[in-house]
Ligand binder design. Sequence first.
Ligand code: GDP
Ligand code: MG
Length: 436
Amino acid sequence: LSDKLQNIFSGLKKKGKLSEKDVKTALREVKLALLEADVNFKVVKTFIKNVQERATGHEVLESLTPGQQVIKIVNEELVKLMGDSNNELTYNKEGITVVMMVGLQGAGKTTTSAKISGLIKKKGKKPLLVACDIYRPAAIKQLQIVGEQIDVPVFTMGDNHKPVNIAKAGLEYATKNGNDVVIIDTAGRLHIDETMMDELVEIKDSLNPQETLLVVDAMTGQDAVTVAETFNNQIGVDGVILTKLDGDTRGGAAISVRFVTDKPIKFVGMGEKLTDLEPFHPDRMASRILGMGDVLTLIEKAQDSIDEKQALEMEKKLRNAEFTFDDFLEQMQQVKKMGNINQLMDMIPGMGQQLKNVDIDENEIYKVEAIILSMTKEERANPALLNTSRKKRIALGSGRPLQDVNKLVKQYEQSKKMMKQFSGMMKGKGKKGMFK
Ligand code: GDP
Ligand code: MG
């Protein structure tokens, strides 16, 4: 989706003055792109209508940068569609907080239960995981394993008891053992069915959770919307967690789920590791969908792995677009520490798109590292020095073909250019830009 929208918008950006027809044409493209991204058609219709009303308005067509204005409106409407950022969990002020996870089989309930209990633990609370999936073979064992990985206790009673009774017993256990948050991992089925729904309603009625969180797989696109609608109508959910967003290139589910359920997306799952859970930020998601990168998430992520000072420096460099090969190298090395590389590249403005065809794997990073390490200090700080003979020397030194060196330099230059544009945009927006 991002690529498509980027093309549409670069078309708009080039034009000086727009006619109403230009806007209409561009929006038709936007509409097709959204539908193709598997965004629910009702959502698309509302979206296009809202954008069109605003974009064909007087102040846009008469402005000096109508293309930019349209992009701004598309961005704002996207943010609105995905709702406010409300990613805080509600805790019970007196007594134990109950969080109930619901969703189809394979959506990521068990994994996300563990991820969330990790976050809760970080807040200084004492979570307890309760294993209520008695159907899926080895489901209990799975919860025990992930529980152990994040060092959160798991309450189980085997698979011979009714889930509602296990849940109640789990709550009692928590009371006795001083746990203040109970996370209930329930069973899902491959498709929505009555027995599953009845069972979930029974658990919900008897435990009265503060948070009933629906876990949906972002990669299922339109289906995610149907699932969300049904669960919300039959059980009632307080929030949604979109999982596997790391594998979802289309972004359709994120756009539609909120609109259809009117329930906030609280977290997004960004990978299989138990730390890959992030708060959902509609504004950043919109920027990401529009292909402008997600600098803030990148920085937040970096802060977990490197110290804050370094992250701030990086942010400053990104903003000022003074970005040398040393930074490039440093970033690569941090990326290795941080995990999923493609995901991080997507967050750097312009980077995701350029590197799409490069297919970055760990090996690729070692090659890049080898090349940069073969540059002199001066060359790294001032890539303009890199003439052909220097490049040949670097190629020899790194054991990579000259063409790899050229490719890297080109990539670097492109991303630098993108960053310049990007930081220009941020400056233009002043303090209250779209990223703040
Ligand atoms: P459940 O049946 O709903 O409990 O789903 P599980 O928690 O067992 O997850 C099903 C699969 O999805 C597992 O292989 C998980 O590792 C994987 N998974 C869960 N969340 C994510 C995510 O955010 N990203 C990716 N890539 N995989 C995930
Ligand atoms: Mg499970």
